[in-house]
Design a protein around this ligand. Structure first.
Ligand code: UDP
Ligand code: MG
Length: 321
């Protein structure tokens, strides 16, 4: 029998751990019981509430429940990576624990993969209902921008919620970068994707972990990870300003020849200096961002540290390495 692994990153989600398992169990009973076995892999991303205790309780009751717990909060991307590394299923799903990713889509996703036509079935929100309008506006702006300046297909409204074949998972794992931006990584590996649209669902218990500021920083991560256009723009701006400067020099020179050299134009000079130095600082920041990311990459720090788990094995050992 084939196995489906479900990876669930959790950060301060004590109320959601059990309801999520119940819901998954129900879907499995109804649609999968004779076809697939289940591996439910919770990744506790350094929660500060009773998340880990809840997971431990579940694991004691249910041998299908596996877990990893990080030494601190490393972020959802790190949790996803850890999950992908440790999942053993033939098909692997990624889901949020807050039930915003409806488990009822799983049978349709599995069907798409079984047909052999697709390598991944991914959920896509039809709308942004229930989201603050300002956030929707900036989210749309971000997707429009990144789709223009990056070669990678990053889809607006795409969730991380997806069911993937083993081959797809292995491909994701080959991307060993430290700064992980999953929406970009999914696009980068390619393969044949079946998109499944669904209506946005509100979170029932607990709170979203994403403040506006966190999302803003995340969007910068995405841009820096999947486009070098901002750095190229520095050079383009430089070229334009050089050309303007030469032109200006010429005009000033001719004017001085004709009208003499009265000291005038101080306000315009101040404006020009402020404007140009502003642009310079901005692009120093942009280049600094690329450099900082490179710095983090070359340090080769691990993406996460595991403090506790019930896997009793490591991926490398399992592979006989
Ligand atoms: N999450 C995580 N680490 C973090 C932040 C979030 O593992 O640092 C998990 C969280 O527990 C949830 C999922 O990532 O299962 C999505 O988070 P959330 O629901 O807050 O995001 P939203 O649905 O609002 O985009
Ligand atoms: Mg959520």
């Amino acid at each position: 029998m084939k196995q489906i692994s479900i990876l669930v990153p959790c950060y301060n989600e004590e109320e959601n751990i059990r309801p999520f398992r119940e819901e998954i169990r129900r879907v499995f009973r109804e649609s999968f019981s004779d076809k697939y076995t289940l591996e439910l892999l919770y990744i506790d991303d350094g929660s500060r509430d009773r998340t880990l205790e809840r997971i431990r309780e579940l694991a004691r009751e249910d041998p299908d429940v596996k877990y990893l717990s990080f030494s601190r909060n490393f972020g959802k991307e790190a949790a996803l990576y850890a999950g992908l590394e440790h999942a053993f299923g033939d098909y692997v799903a990624v889901m949020d624990v807050d039930l915003q990713d409806p488990p009822s889509l799983l049978p349709e996703m599995a069907k798409a993969l079984e047909s052999g036509e697709y390598d991944v079935a991914a959920a896509r929100r039809e709308d942004r209902k229930g989201e603050p309008p300002v956030r929707s506006f900036f989210a749309r702006l971000f997707y429009r921008l990144i789709r223009k300046i990056s070669d990678v297909d990053i889809v607006d409204g795409a969730r991380d919620f997806r069911l993937m074949t083993r081959q797809y998972v292995e491909s994701l794992l080959e991307l060993k970068e430290y700064n992980r931006f999953s929406k970009g990584l999914f696009g980068w590996v390619g393969y044949r994707v079946k998109w499944i649209a669904y209506e946005n669902i509100k979170r029932e218990k607990g709170n979203t972990k994403w403040s506006f500021w966190k999302l803003f920083l995340y969007s910068i991560d995405g841009i820096v990870a999947f486009s070098v256009v901002p750095a190229v723009m520095a050079a383009a701006f430089g070229a334009v300003f050089c050309a303007a400067a030469f032109l200006f020099l010429f005009v000033v020179f001719i004017r001085a020849m004709i009208y003499g050299d009265p000291v005038a134009g101080w306000p315009s000079l101040v404006c020009i200096i402020l404007f140009v130095s502003g642009i310079q600082f901005f692009f120093m920041g942009v280049l600094g961002e690329y450099m900082a990311k490179t710095y983090m990459e070359v340090k080769r720090r691990p993406v996460y540290l595991c403090r506790e788990s019930n896997l009793g094995r490591r991926r490398e050992e399992d592979k006989g390495a």
